[in-house]
Design a protein around this ligand. Structure first.
Ligand code: KG4
Ligand code: ZN
Length: 345
């Protein structure tokens, strides 16, 4: 294999002509994507929402079994959609962590096995780095530095992207993730899973000001997030007999204000005007409106790339591989910090 030109951080500068397969099975969606030249040629996601819905949250064992059932046909479908055969692939990438270990292992082991069988390089990708690189599909011109908020069912992380590959964690949740809070509050209100879209829908029928809920960590000077107190306050409001729609509207107002106020403070204190928002919560229109009103230049991944997917893993792999594949003996890691300063669980 000819040597690949590398940038200052040792990242490949030559991913243009490569066909890259990306796999993500970190949680409850099986994601398989094919990219070439930062262009998403196929992005297939097999959602497990219906499977987990009746349990009110993700059941890890069911997630692993479902990934195992669908991964191979999904890879075939993605390759067909891209119009290539498996032998045309130049690189195979999969999420190494963080995530549910049983779920991670399905895609990670599949990816390694496929790369080995094809004698092609395998690239292990950090799930959160995948979320960051998803922005390139919509905004190929985007260059760091910028702020990035990843808000999903498993993460609420605010990063400063100083350069591609150089990240500083500015803030993270102290307890529940933002999406997890939407899911738990939805369950309290008797709504379905995932809770975010359900709350957003019910909130349209309610008055956001009619239930007194206080802003989490409102006196902090730091950049932390917290959602568990808000969830408890919702349970109290329900006991007091407030209408469900009003509670949904008030919860959404306060959750959005909490996320936005921390992000805006970070933008000011670190001198940033550009913000990437990724993860399922990025789809919340109240959050989008609030951030827009703050005057930030917002980068949203295109539809299908904000939530967990395989294309973002392929995009990240194309930029982070170092001309040589990752060692196949490196295990998947359920707790995997992206930055040195990040808590590991
Ligand atoms: O990124 P994602 O698909 O998967 C991971 O958790 O990694 O995010 C799913 C989360 C769920 O907690 C869901 O309730 C939340 O994102 N979500 C939303 C909305 N759509 C999805 N939260 C608030 N508003 C939404 N419109
Ligand atoms: Zn994710």
């Amino acid at each position: 294999m000819k040597p690949v030109p590398l940038d200052t951080w040792g990242h490949s500068l030559d991913n243009g002509a490569m066909w890259i397969l990306g796999i993500d099975t970190s949680c409850d969606d099986t994601g398989v994507g094919v990219v070439r030249d930062d262009r998403v040629v196929s992005n297939r996601v097999a959602s497990q929402t219906l499977l987990h819905q009746r349990h009110g949250g993700v059941v890890p064992e069911l997630a692993s079994r479902e990934h195992t059932r669908v991964i191979d046909p999904l890879v075939q479908t993605a390759l067909q959609e891209a119009g290539i055969s498996v032998h045309d692939l130049d690189l195979v990438a999969a999420t190494k962590g963080p995530g549910l270990i049983g779920a991670l292992l399905v895609g990670y082991t599949y990816g390694k096995g496929l790369a080995f069988a094809l004698d092609k390089p395998f690239v292990a990708v950090h799930h959160l780095e995948g979320h960051l690189y998803a922005a390139l599909a919509e905004h190929p011109e985007v260059t760091p530095p910028f702020l990035a908020l990843v808000a999903s069912g498993g993460h609420t992380h605010l990063f400063e992207v100083r350069a591609w590959g150089q990240y500083q964690l500015l803030g993270a949740t102290m307890d529940d993730a933002a999406g997890e809070a939407f899911d738990k509050v939805a369950r309290l209100l008797g709504l379905g899973y995932p809770g975010g879209p359900e709350i957003e829908r019910l909130a349209r029928e309610g008055n956001p000001q009619s239930v007194p809920l206080s802003l989490p960590l409102k006196d902090q000077s730091g950049l932390a997030f917290s959602f568990s107190g808000l969830k408890t306050a919702v349970a109290r409001a329900l006991e007091k007999g407030y209408a469900r729609a009003d509670i949904a509207a008030a919860f959404q107002r306060v959750a959005v204000e909490h996320l936005a106020s921390v992000v805006v403070r970070a933008a000011k204190s670190h001198g940033h005007s550009t913000l990437l928002v990724a993860g399922g919560v990025a789809q919340n229109s109240a959050l989008r409106a609030r951030l827009q009103a703050a005057g930030l230049r917002l980068l949203f991944p295109p539809p299908g790339l904000a939530t967990d997917n395989g294309a973002m893993i392929a995009l990240a792999a194309g930029h982070t591989w170092r001309g040589q594949g990752s060692a196949l003996q490196v295990p998947a890691q359920p707790y995997l910090p992206l930055t040195m300063d990040e808590p590991t669980c």
